[in-house]
Design a protein around this ligand. Structure first.
Ligand SMILES: [Fe+2]
Length: 333
């Protein structure tokens, strides 16, 4: 039986170091969203994942073709906000040289867009499974800006430490030389094996998203699809936004990696947002057990349900207690 969680509200306290933008547009879903469905969806199965792996995922969606998310006006407003956040650009470990995370604490527009119910509903529809905007605000509205050095990749080959996300083009990719979003038409294990053998990814298995313009994006199961963002071949402005989702069905194990987040976000953020996310998952899982309560002699069933929550909580506490400096996971340029 599905165990569907209620969404978690945005946190009320405001963390230090995230001043609100003084001037920004007001998000209006009716004017700014222009949601369309993707024409093509590549399933996990088509990428080569075996049935047992697919069954353990909240959706069989691998990656979609680019589809429209924002209207022209919406894309222009988002670009204005992304530029207003440029004073807060920083590096994300060794992977992304220039990005902004936590912009949803600073921009009401960004927060309202990333958590818009119409958008969440469309994403859930594409996944064929209920999704919620990510409960960790730093997993919402992540902005990547092109490195200032021409040729340097925006991001290396990697998988995400969240389940489902879309990559939205804030600037028009067709106005740029380079900066393509690419994904590997295969599995993570294939990439790992190639890299361990010191080999490049075969060109025929590297796919490029065809993006009609600003305001379009691709939806992916980001922890299953190996992807990267290429560098620009000439100077230009390339900005993308990554918005994360969590499956509402609590039966799917959490995919957050505290060690990876600790390399990217300030400690007070990574620790607090992660602990809050796990507390939510635990609360919702237990709440669903109470709600679905029925008399039964299914001793094993009760035990394993309780154990599942206990493992979630103790596993997260263990992650928070890491003592060694973690390495950033990626598959290189
Ligand atoms: Fe990614």
């Amino acid at each position: 039986m599905p165990s569907i969680a209620r969404a978690l509200d945005f946190p009320v306290p405001q963390p230090d170091g995230y001043p609100r933008l003084e001037k920004e547009p007001v998000f209006d879903a009716a004017r700014h969203l222009a949601l369309e469905m993707p024409e093509q969806v590549t399933s996990l199965d088509a990428l080569g994942y075996p049935p047992e792996t697919v069954a353990a995922c909240p959706t069989d969606l691998g990656i979609t073709s680019a589809f429209r998310i924002l209207s022209e006006e919406g894309a222009a407003c988002l670009l204005e906000v992304a530029r207003a956040l440029m004073p807060y650009i920083r590096a994300a470990g060794e992977r992304v040289p220039r990005m902004v995370r936590g912009g949803v604490y600073q921009s009401q527009f960004l927060r309202d867009f990333c958590t818009a119910p119409e958008l969440t509903e469309a994403i859930s529809g594409m996944c064929g499974a209920p999704m919620h905007p990510h409960t960790m605000p730093h997993q919402l509205g992540h902005l990547n800006y092109n490195p200032l050095e021409v040729g340097r990749n925006v991001d290396k080959w990697h998988v995400d430490t969240l389940r489902v996300d879309f990559v939205l083009f804030v600037t028009d990719p067709n106005a740029l030389a380079g900066g393509e979003f690419e994904y590997f038409n295969g599995t993570m294990d294939e990439v790992r094996a190639l890299r361990e053998a010191g080999q490049d990814l075969p060109a025929e298995k590297i796919m490029q998203a065809k993006v009609p313009g600003a305001g379009y994006g691709v939806l992916q199961q980001g922890n299953m699809v190996v992807h990267r963002a290429k560098g620009l071949r000439e100077a230009g402005e390339r900005i993308t936004l990554v918005n994360g989702y969590v499956p509402a069905d609590m039966r799917y194990p959490d995919y957050t990696r505290y060690d990876q987040l600790s390399l990217v976000d300030p400690e007070q953020i990574a620790v607090s947002e992660y602990a809050r996310h796990i507390a939510w998952m635990g609360r919702e899982s237990l709440g669903n057990q109470l709600q679905g309560f029925e008399f039964s002699d299914d001793r094993e069933g009760f035990a394993s349900e309780l154990e599942r929550v206990a493992e979630l909580l103790s596993g997260a506490a263990q992650q928070l207690r890491i003592t060694e400096k973690p390495q950033m996971d990626h598959f290189g340029d």
